[in-house]
Design a protein around this ligand. Structure first.
Ligand SMILES: Nc1nc2c(ncn2[C@@H]2O[C@H](COP(=O)(O)OP(=O)(O)O)[C@@H](O)[C@H]2O)c(=O)[nH]1
Ligand SMILES: [Mg+2]
Length: 202
């Protein structure tokens, strides 16, 4: 089964995208596997709505370990399965908090095992701040690594917010030649393009 990892800085909307994309693909409940370096691995079956309430937060670094689920996508007269892996936020340098450091190490170790990378940015943050804050050094590294494979896509998230178009344009200048999809994880906008992108790699 092919795997897609969701990467990006803290608070860009990785978890909300993962869960709402599952909902978009028709999953009403989701069987989430958590690979927690401290608590070990465990799974939880939960409605997508409850998962959003529990796992999405406006506080950075709420996601502390890989959270994965198997989703299905329409395929001819049937369906095809793939695994989606939501990850802890990437940061430049070394974080002072050990669980956050461990989570980031886990994310980076998992990238190599994934056939697809969806790299998420917050368009609004890019517009409001200098591009260097909205796009971190680690983002350039991920893009450089990602462009070596076909299954690398950039998701320009929070497109529903007022200044997002400005951020989207900056992102396109910064990453020319990449497949950049404007989306709103909150309102499930742009998801058809993401679904088609994932489908092409399966
Ligand atoms: N307006 C808006 N807010 C969003 C969107 N995606 C995520 N958020 C908000 O951004 C915050 C961080 O989301 P989360 O998924 O936890 O980010 P993560 O740290 O990358 O996993 C939460 O308050 C979300 O509700 C979006 O498309 N539009
Ligand atoms: Mg998260």
């Amino acid at each position: 089964m092919k795997r897609v990892i969701i990467l990006g800085q803290a608070n860009v909307g990785k978890t909300l995208f993962t869960l709402n994309f599952a909902d978009y693909l028709g999953a009403k409940t989701i069987n989430l596997s958590f690979q927690d370096s401290q608590r070990g691995s465990y799974t939880r079956t939960i409605s997508v709505k409850d998962a959003v309430d529990l796992l999405v937060s406006d506080k950075p670094h709420h996601t502390r370990c890989l959270q994965s689920a198997v989703l299905q996508i329409p395929w001819g007269k049937g369906v095809k399965h793939f695994e989606i892996m939501d990850s802890a936020g990437l940061i430049d340098g070394i974080h002072e908090n050990e669980p956050i450091r461990r989570a980031m190490a886990q994310t980076l170790a998992t990238v190599r095992q994934a056939e697809m990378i969806l790299h998420i940015f917050d368009c609004n943050r890019i517009a409001k701040q200098d591009i260097l804050h909205g796009v971190a050094e680690v983002d350039y590294q991920v893009a450089q690594f990602g462009q070596l494979r076909a299954g690398y896509g950039v998701l320009a998230n929070k497109f529903d917010l007022p200044q997002a178009k400005e951020g989207f344009d900056k992102l396109c200048q910064e990453f020319p030649g990449h497949c950049i999809m404007p989306i709103s994880a909150l309102y499930k906008q742009g998801f058809r393009e993401v679904r088609d992108f994932v489908k092409r790699q399966l």
